[in-house]
Structures are given as C-alpha cells and as structure tokens.
Design a protein around this ligand. Structure first.
Ligand SMILES: [Zn+2]
Length: 165
C-alpha cells in the first residue's frame, strides 16, 4: 500500500484528514470560546454560563512547549508494527491549549523549545484486513528559540547565580 493512501484512524473522533491537511477533532464552547481536545461534551470554564459545545477541528499547527523521550515500548493497547524510542511533545496550538502527541521529523536529541510543528498522520500497524492504521503526530517544521539565548530571550541561568560549592 502506498504511503499516499489515507489510512484508517486508530480511533473515532480523534483526528481527520481534509483538503487542508490533518486536524484534531475537538470542541469549542459556544459561550466563552474555550477549545477542548479530545472532544468535551460540556465547557469546563468555571466562569462560563453557556456550557454548549460545538464540534470543531483544531491544532493543525503549533509550537513545541516541552517534550520527553519514551524509551520503553508502551504496554498492551498500544500497538505498532515497528517501534523505537520516540519523543512525546507538549505542543501549544493557536486555539489556546496544549496537546500531547508523538513528535517526528527530528532526532530526539535535536529538539528545542519553540520549534514550529504541523499535524500529520503517522502509521501504527496494518490491521487484519490489510488496512494501514494511523494515529496523529506533530512534525517539526523549523528551528526553535535555541538553548544559548539571545538578548532578551529566555536562556540558561547565569553560572554566577549557581549554588556556592
Ligand atoms: Zn464556555
């Protein structure tokens, strides 16, 4: 099967692939505009009087907020034909929330806070009917803010502030 062929989503109501790319399926509060992913049946904003939510797509792009590296294969329920350690990122999306997802497109030791990302599909396994089953992932599309810290940007604390040995 070609990699161009759309796969089957690993779960319903998680993400969708349209003409303008991959989007996460979430909800937006009709009252206060808060976004939720995964789908939330009610707004959880304590100061919001209107709890009605409507379905929307979100998170097509974002920036890397933080990440960790998954070094062991997750237990049952997780299924993948091929597995190797991968990065799990916390991505800030324009709709005002942070989304956890697998990161692809860079080595795990080359990740930087602030890297721009875009939502893509990532193959997990081939099911009994020979269909490729996909999940969503964020692909790194550019460089981050760097660890060195230019003028005015957050960087490592000055060594003169460290504990006195
Ligand atoms: Zn609300």
């Amino acid at each position: 099967m070609s990699a161009e062929t759309p796969g089957v989503p690993v779960a319903e109501d998680l993400f969708e692939q349209g003409a303008d790319g991959v989007g996460l399926i979430g909800t937006r509060c009709a009252g206060c505009g808060a976004h939720y992913f995964p789908v939330s049946l009610s707004c959880r904003n304590p100061v919001c009087d209107d709890k009605r939510t409507v379905r929307t797509t979100l998170g097509r792009t974002g920036t890397l907020y933080s990440w960790t590296v998954q070094h062991y294969r997750p237990p049952a329920l997780y299924r993948a034909d091929e597995w190797e350690p991968y990065a799990v990122g916390l991505v800030e999306v324009p709709e005002g929330l942070r989304v956890l997802a697998k990161l692809i497109g860079r080595d795990t030791d080359a990740l930087e806070v602030g890297m721009p990302v875009r939502l893509v599909t990532s193959p997990l396994y081939t099911d009994a009917d020979g269909r490729r089953v996909d999940t969503y992932a964020y692909e790194i599309t550019g460089d981050g803010i760097g660890a060195g810290g230019g003028s005015g940007s957050p960087g490592p604390a000055s060594s003169t502030d460290g504990p006195r040995a």
